[in-house]
Design a protein around this ligand. Structure first.
Ligand SMILES: NC(=O)c1ccc[n+]([C@@H]2O[C@H](COP(=O)([O-])OP(=O)(O)OC[C@H]3O[C@@H](n4cnc5c(N)ncnc54)[C@H](OP(=O)(O)O)[C@@H]3O)[C@@H](O)[C@H]2O)c1
Length: 320
């Protein structure tokens, strides 16, 4: 089969389109013919080996030679212990950290998959798994957003952020989106009440405070986030620098003990039920799937660059 392969961390140029052996499913896996796979910032991170957490399991060389985790396709073969899916089923899911989606075929455990709704395309469902589940667990489950609350989403113009803005609006929040200059109109178009251009303004230094901050691209000190929270507010880091993560782990409990403000890391649990919940919101017209661009399999290097360089508004999807 054809796949986009890399054997060392580096720029998109280290990715190559190659013929590789088609994978064989284990007893608890299905073999999927991939129809679409979306690009996440985690692919960019896994390509470059930065931040350091992207090297878990592969300090010097990539643990998996094929990136791509948000897949959608048709089941071609089911392992012996598979009970929920049969050959021919159309499925989608998040196979991080197993990876392997930038290929014509991939194996996936059944507990990471859900059936594709008939009314949605492979491209639309491939855009959901990682980003929509980060958004759902950040806004609904951990954030527990209530009507009237002030919510700020840092990185609101990207994959997870664009869904988070829309979900926070559904739960009745007043939403501020932060991203770069080119994405201000986009953030307004998906429902942000206020937008901040991070190249012009630091949201932790403008005197405003929020009930919830969901941060997709954290890089500041934990004290800056504390300053931007209301007295009983919560901050969640979904993605960002290892330095900020370590600060949160060590100083978050201290800040909570002294001020009541909660500064924590969002540990997302991949969950097919959450993916299905978001497809229902899409089908009901409550959330818009935002696909900025689609590329072919051979164009994965360009697609990952487009996301990594910060041009994507919402999601980028590969049609295989
Ligand atoms: N917590 C968990 O359990 C978990 C699970 C899976 C994945 N993740 C992580 O979650 C993150 C998901 O990212 P994604 O796929 O939504 O990324 P994305 O699509 O690239 O979106 C990130 C957005 O943030 C913007 N941005 C960059 N620097 C910024 C800054 N300083 N201030 C404000 N905005 C900034 C980017 O635009 P520009 O670059 O143009 O500025 C982009 O629009 C990844 O880091 C991934 O590793 C976490």
């Amino acid at each position: 089969m054809k796949a986009i392969v890399y054997s060392k961390y580096g720029p998109p140029e280290v990715l190559q389109l190659k013929e590789v052996t088609k994978p064989t499913p284990r007893d608890d896996e299905v073999l999927i013919k991939v129809h679409a796979v979306s690009v996440n910032r985690s692919d960019w991170e896994g390509l470059r080996g930065k931040p350091l957490y992207a090297r878990i399991g592969g300090l010097l060389r990539p643990r998996q030679q094929i990136l791509g985790s948000d897949i959608a396709g048709r089941v071609e073969m089911a392992g012996r212990n598979i009970s929920r899916f049969r050959p021919g089923d159309e499925v989608f899911g998040d196979i991080l950290p197993r990876l392997g989606g930038f290929a014509e075929y991939v194996c996936a455990p059944e507990n990471r998959l859900a059936l594709k709704p008939a009314g949605m395309t492979f491209e639309e469902v491939a855009a959901i798994p990682q980003s929509a589940v980060i958004a759902l667990q950040g806004i609904r489950d951990k954030g527990q957003v209530q009507p009237g609350q002030k919510v700020l989403i840092n990185g609101a113009g990207g994959g997870a952020g664009a869904v988070a803005v829309q979900l926070a609006k559904i739960y009745g929040a007043e939403v501020t989106g932060v991203d770069n200059t080119d994405k201000l109109d986009f953030m307004r178009s998906i429902g942000a009440d206020h937008v901040i251009d991070y190249t012009q303004e630091d949201f932790t230094k403008n005197g405003k405070q929020y009930d919830l901050i969901l941060d997709i691209v954290a890089h500041r000190s934990v004290f800056a986030y504390k300053r931007a929270l209301r007295s009983d507010g919560s901050y969640f880091l979904a993605g960002g620098s290892v330095a900020t993560m370590l600060q949160i782990l060590f100083l978050g409990p201290l800040i909570r003990g002294t001020t009541g403000k909660k500064v924590r890391i969002l540990a997302v649990k991949p969950n097919p039920e959450d993916m299905v919940y978001v497809t229902e919101l899409y089908e009901a017209g409550k959330v818009t799937p935002v696909i900025d661009k689609t590329y072919s399999l051979s164009e994965v290097p360009e697609a990952i660059s487009y996301v990594g360089d910060g041009h994507a508004q919402g999601k980028v999807v590969i049609t295989v």
